[in-house]
Design a protein around this ligand. Sequence first.
Ligand code: BGP
Length: 472
Amino acid sequence: MKFSHDFLFGAASAAYQVEGAWDTDGKGMSNWDEFSKIPGKTFEGTNGDVAIDHYHRYKEDIALMAEMGLESYRFSIAWTRILPNGTGEVNPKGIAFYNDLIDECLKHGIVPFVTLYHWDLPLPLEKAGGWLNKATVDAFINYAKICFDAFGDRVKHFITFNETVVFTALGYLDGAHPPGIQDDPKKYFQATHNVFYAHAKTISAYKELNQFGEIGISHVFSPAFAVDDSEDNKLAEYHANQFNTHWFYDPILLGHYPEHVVCQLTEQGLLPDWTEEELETIKQAAPLNDFIGLNYYQPHRVKKITADVEKIESTRENSTGSPGKPSFDGFYQSVKMDDKRYTKWDWEISPEGFVDGLNMLKAHYGNVKMYITENGLGDEDVIVEGVPCDIPRINFINDHLVAVRSAIKDGVNIKGYFAWSAIDLLSWLNGFKKQYGFIYVDHSNNLARSKKASFHWYKDVIDSRGENLIER
Ligand code: BGP
């Protein structure tokens, strides 16, 4: 089966991870500009001050993407370039940069797929309470409207937020991302609710503009599967999916929160402070979502915790997605299994889990339109005679595209696939050592770009609309 011609083959990036130029042309400081410089917070103290200098080299990068045949480029806008303080005066040079980037994509026939928020919050808003402060919601809506006005004539695909679970859980529960909070789980649930409310208000505002584009949100998708069929572990699976999937997808797609989680949070005194107006806004906005974006890297294998477990102190090392940590409420634990395959960073490789998870979503949410907005393999690429030979990445993406194709056959409504990432970039907590791109960036040679084996392979995938994929 070939992928249809309205299926977009793309690749993604995020502003902080590629742009660099952290204080150039009037850009303000973000939470990450500060947090990444606190000793011990990132791998070997790496930060995005220069990143891969996409800010200055975007023309070269887009030309390479075009050569690869890329149909769409997903990138994010740095809020701090548009509004250096988060609110107030607009920075014309920030608008100009994204106008140029968008125009460059269009010049090459690449569809710009734009994320408004990929975690880099303007520092003054962070200092005023970040996503715990409802003023951040208003500030976000204002910023989003400025972007719609400035870019909406050419950008027809907007994502409001990237992976709410990651920036709120790591930021307000585990302390591994800014603002580094880990004193009260209620803050985590409050932050998630404020983000859902901001999303609801933003998509309503977008629809009022009649820009004839589409808008949605991107969530991480890590379906939980019990390690065996025991009643306890099946309960752990249910609980994990309720908290990590449905808490995030239900308010967006169904317009209300899952009852199981609401009951648990009420019992534990962790329910966010919300108003009737906020809940009603979330409900009214649900049918306005045009799509949901899924970022899939791995599933979770879970088992119920039956004895008392000692609470593990969160660190950078145990907050980067590998299994082992108990859930915040001590109910279940994710585990590494002997019969599964893992990446060098202990992320499970499971295209089967992807198909099963997608079918689970279809059963719960019906025919909703989906884009896979991230999927890829983090690896340390091997260089053979000067060429980055990333065969494991080719195998990984091959198998996950086959999974997407099989889910489409099952009736899941998937309209595009964005590999993470278009080009090697900065991993938030793992520096430059963990590579994901089709394009290699040589940090020992002035950030020179070169094509990996996967670059040529992905071009063939796009050219043949997936006919060259291997089913194993
Ligand atoms: C997602 C983020 C991306 C990217 C990716 C890989 O959660 O949206 O920005 O970083 O994960 O993560 P890592 O770099 O930790 O391997």
